[in-house]
Design a protein around this ligand. Structure first.
Ligand code: GLP
Length: 242
């Protein structure tokens, strides 16, 4: 794992957008797995502008959605589905057959997990994951206590995730479960960027980066990834040593 600290959120976002563009240039068939949430929002907005300016095509790339709230329909603006469509897929003109998201409305969620695992296997793995970190140290919906060797699964969400998650929704929503790509996928991804910004993420970033590696803080798995980049702004880095 390597740590990169940026002056502020725009500088962090610009760097992440550039990494994505550079990968698409060097590998036009790259497989991306993107988180939703507030953290990557600016990077994805910048990505669309950079792709246009540099005339980089993402047509042959594949996009996998990291996670979704179980029972939240895709048209709900708070869904991960809606976020990724609005911030990434529309602006990059990605064709639907290149987009793979969990159907969190399915009655057979375990089949959704099987399908996602098979897809990732058949496509040859993920080239770049861009993820955030939850206030409890989760990545996607890999909640505290989750074994590091799990692939896609359905998670019961802890109280922090249920209450923090309300910020994405206009109306109070029932957020009991999530469906997510697993930490074993993260370890097998060729490159992972974990982004965090703002002072509120400083305590959990400190635990993830400098604490013991264990599943009480799922994001501490980043310390084990040889091509893992923890990219943060100065505020999120403010509690780190030196
Ligand atoms: C959410 C999502 C994650 C996201 C994380 C941080 O609950 N499940 O995929 O990365 O929490 O969210 P934010 O970027 O809004 O802080």
């Amino acid at each position: 794992m390597q740590l990169r600290i940026f002056k502020d959120y725009p500088a962090l976002s610009d760097a992440v957008a550039s990494e994505i563009v550079e990968l698409a240039k060097s590998n036009p068939e790259a497989v991306f797995c993107f988180a939703s949430g507030d953290t990557p929002r600016m990077a994805f907005t910048m990505l669309a502008a950079k792709a246009r300016e540099e005339q980089v095509s993402f047509d042959r790339c594949t996009f996998i959605g990291l996670d979704e709230w179980v029972g939240i329909p895709p048209e709900n603006e708070g869904s991960c589905h809606s976020f990724l469509h609005t911030t990434v897929f529309k602006s990059l003109h990605i064709s639907p057959n290149k987009i793979h998201l969990f159907n969190a409305m399915s009655n057979e969620l375990f089949k959704q997990c099987e399908t996602m695992d098979k897809l990732i296997r058949d496509i040859g793995g993920i080239d770049l994951m861009v993820v955030g970190i939850g206030m409890n140290g989760h990545i996607g919906f890999n909640e505290p206590g989750i074994p590091f060797d799990k692939y896609s699964h359905v998670a019961n969400l802890d109280e922090t995730t249920q209450s923090v998650g309300q910020k994405y929704f206009k109306q109070n929503s029932s957020l009991k479960q999530g469906i997510t790509v697993g930490l074993q996928h993260l370890m097998e991804a060729r490159e992972v960027i974990l982004m965090a910004n703002g002072a509120k993420k400083a305590p959990i970033i400190k635990k993830a980066v400098e604490g013991e590696v264990n599943n009480d803080v799922p994001a501490s798995i980043m310390q084990l990834h040889e091509q893992g980049w923890v990219m943060v702004d100065e505020e999120a880095a403010s509690l780190l040593e030196d």
